[in-house]
Design a protein. Structure first.
Length: 265
């Protein structure tokens, strides 16, 4: 399937590692020019060097999505360098912990504020900055990376922030959809990234098992029997970022390998 992405201009926040980097690679492979955004210049430069192999324009930009002025300056720079913005993928967020979670009754105010400031308001700031550009040209795609914690209650922080991202996505889709801009949210589950070896090692130590058994145990939390990779999540995002995804707007798309024993409808 031709995703019709050649020549499109994308911003990927959190684009220097993990799912964000995998998304940037998938979009570049489909012919997009990509601005990758994060707070660390060294990691950005390393990511940009890897992405250059795809042959499209890669623009590494240091920005802090918790600061509105930084976000707007970043978008202005993308417009100056790439000529506009067609796609925004929001992936800049603090990773959810795979370990034991604090109970809801003991979760502190500062942690909740931090999560909202980074993931929820950070995503909103970026969407707010690009929306006039996209509606002005009559086309755009915004994809918000959230998480399957939205569908559980084991982590108050993970659940609340991801539910909030989903609600924001639906509100943006209602507003922007009639103007040619589709907005969707993707819920990864446990995803294989550069953080996975440490996570597996920690689980093995906590359970008193081998790393191999710990990895198999994590895989059993999916219906495909293994953890999904960042690249496999990125394939889903690339489709949603494309013109071929016009039938999907405001919806949540799970990309976690399937959750055993439940039915979502």
């Amino acid at each position: 399937m031709d995703l019709q992405l050649t020549g499109r201009r994308a911003i990927v926040t959190g684009g220097s590692r993990g799912i964000g980097l995998a998304v940037a690679a998938a979009l570049a492979a489909e012919g997009c020019d990509v601005a990758i955004v994060s707070r660390g210049k060294e990691a950005l430069d390393e990511a940009a060097a890897r992405l250059a192999a795809h042959g499209t324009r890669i623009v590494p930009l240091v920005a802090d999505t918790t600061d509105d002025a930084s976000v707007r300056a970043m978008v202005d720079e993308v417009v100056t360098t790439l000529g506009g913005v067609d796609i925004l993928v929001n992936a800049a967020a603090r990773p959810a912990s795979a370990g034991a979670q604090a109970g809801a009754s003991t979760t502190g105010d500062d942690l909740m504020r931090e999560q909202f400031e980074t993931k929820v308001l950070g995503y909103l700031r970026c969407a707010r900055a690009v929306a006039p550009l996209m509606t002005g040209q009559g086309w755009g795609r915004i994809v918000n990376i959230s998480g399957l914690n939205a569908r559980g209650s084991s982590s108050l922080v993970g659940s609340v922030r991801n539910v909030a991202v989903s609600a924001m996505t639906a509100a943006l889709a209602d507003e922007l959809g009639p103007q040619g801009v589709n907005v969707t949210v993707v819920h990864p589950g446990l995803t294989v990234t550069e953080r996975t070896p440490a996570m597996v090692a920690a689980k093995a130590e906590a359970d008193g098992t081998s790393a191999e058994e710990a990895e198999r145990a994590l895989g059993r939390t999916t219906t495909v029997g293994r953890m999904i990779t960042a690249e496999e999540v990125a394939d889903v995002v690339a489709f949603l970022a494309s013109p071929r995804s016009v039938a999907i707007n405001g919806d949540a798309v799970a990309a976690g390998g399937g959750q055993p024993g439940v039915t979502f409808y």
